[in-house]
Design a binder for this molecule. Structure first.
Ligand code: BGC
Length: 424
């Protein structure tokens, strides 16, 4: 029997589940024909209307934590105009979660900007930071006692590389200078938000505030470990893609090519480590790659549980903090190996000796997977997008049993894991 030394929950992002023809970057992107399967986030899971059922299902599955996003374009549809009705709605959602014994962790920014913000230059311009900060302050003040834990920014490196290094996210730019400018601006925004959230909640008499960010990290391996160039490439990718950003966000320490644009003083800027881990990259130059051998998911990403431990150890070495796995999951369209994936990752975590407190599986329901659209299924719960019917998958039943009991028994392994295999 394996005893899980942490609690289980699920994660999601507003744009990927809520639906609605809002005026934001990903709706603009789909209207311009960039989604591979022609689907769109305006449909998604219609969670905007179905959240009550979704939360009831989470409760029934025994989940203890839920990392959810708020949609900036919904809260502030026009610059400086805040929609109290929508803020109230999110607050109601948070209160419902509390009623169900599910602890919310709110993500304030997860890849999507309102178009008015994007049209001002988005996070490429340091001058725009106060606009983000105003939204953060308004939202956190409004939520008050309903939420004490925040992720400021989701995966700054993926947002920046995705949109500014030719990886197909909006705004579709491709420049080394821009990607580092955006990461530098985001780091400043995180620092300002970290301080503002603490200040605001302290002034309101709350002493239990926790703020962090969700760091996307991969294990980088040289394609050929005997080739010094490949080894150098692995180091360089890790440095440029995830180490500099981690230092800036956790410590306010900026190393080339990032820049301390606001001359902010060095200080510790996370109350927990949030790690989003999916895969290992096998590299021979400054680009992503996948090892030839080894198990893969349906998007061709290598499945490599030990990589999660390596990434978490690096974060702990930089700054010791409680660890939340803020995302981990896999694209398995037929739910054919997700139980094995869960087992392998949870076992590795449990045996790691790391100070893990929570594990948020990505994702609760199948949802709008950015450029892949509806065709890539990551959920514990199946979604029929035409009818919006939810059906708990086999892996969802396994996850629920683990969430309720806090253990993985031999019987569960026999029932859910033993007959599942990864494909190459
Ligand atoms: C993102 C999620 C995304 C997941 C799977 C993460 O990079 O935060 O929004 O759905 O990976 O691709």
């Amino acid at each position: 029997m394996i005893k899980l030394r942490f609690e289980l929950g699920v994660a999601s992002a507003a744009t990927q589940i809520e639906g609605g023809e809002l005026d934001h970057t990903w709706n603009d992107w789909y209207r311009r024909g960039h989604i591979k399967d022609g689907s769109n986030p305006a449909r998604a899971n219609d969670h905007y209307h179905l959240w009550e059922e979704d939360f009831a299902l989470m409760r029934d599955m025994g989940l203890k934590h839920y990392r959810l996003g708020v949609e900036w374009a919904r809260i502030e549809p026009r610059e400086g105009e805040f929609d109290e009705k929508e803020l109230m709605r999110y607050r109601q959602m948070l209160l419902r979660l509390a009623e169900y014994g599910i602890r919310p962790l709110v993500t304030l920014h997860h890849f999507t900007n309102p178009m008015w913000f994007e049209n001002l230059g988005g996070f490429e311009r340091m001058e725009n930071a106060p606009l983000f900060l105003r939204f953060v302050e308004k939202t956190v003040a409004y939520f008050g006692d309903a939420c004490n834990e925040y992720v400021t920014i989701n995966e700054p490196n993926v947002y920046a590389a995705g949109g500014y290094y030719g990886m197909g996210f909006p705004p579709g730019k491709n420049s080394f200078g821009a990607v580092n400018q955006v990461m530098s601006v985001l780091a400043a925004c995180h620092c300002l938000a970290y301080e503002a959230i603490h200040r605001l909640r302290r002034q309101a008499g709350f002493t239990d505030t926790k703020v962090g960010f969700a760091h996307h990290a991969r294990a980088f391996a040289p394609q050929n470990p005997h080739n010094p160039w490949h080894r150098l490439a692995a180091r360089l990718n890790a440095y440029l893609f995830q180490e500099t950003v981690l230092r800036a966000f956790c410590l306010g320490e900026y190393r080339w090519p990032l820049r301390n644009l606001m001359k902010l003083p060095r200080r510790e800027l996370v109350d927990f480590h949030g790690l989003n881990y999916y895969s290992r990259s096998s590299v021979c130059g400054l680009a992503d790659g996948v090892a030839k051998d080894g198990p893969k998911n349906d998007l061709g990403w290598e499945i490599y549980p030990q990589g999660m431990i390596l990434c978490a150890q690096e974060m702990e070495m930089l700054l010791p903090r409680p660890l939340y796995i803020t995302e981990n999951g896999t694209c398995d369209n037929r739910d054919a190996f997700r139980c094995r994936y869960l087992y392998d990752h949870l076992k590795a975590l449990s045996e790691s000796g790391l100070p893990v407190q929570r594990y948020y599986h990505w994702c609760f329901c199948d949802n709008f997977e950015w450029l892949e659209g509806e065709s890539a299924r990551f959920g514990l719960v199946h979604v029929d997008y035409d009818t919006q019917k939810r059906t708990v998958k086999n892996s969802g039943r396994f996850y629920g049993e683990m969430a309720k009991s806090g253990v993985i028994t031999q019987e569960m392994v026999r029932q859910y894991v033993a007959e599942e295999n990864y494909h190459d």
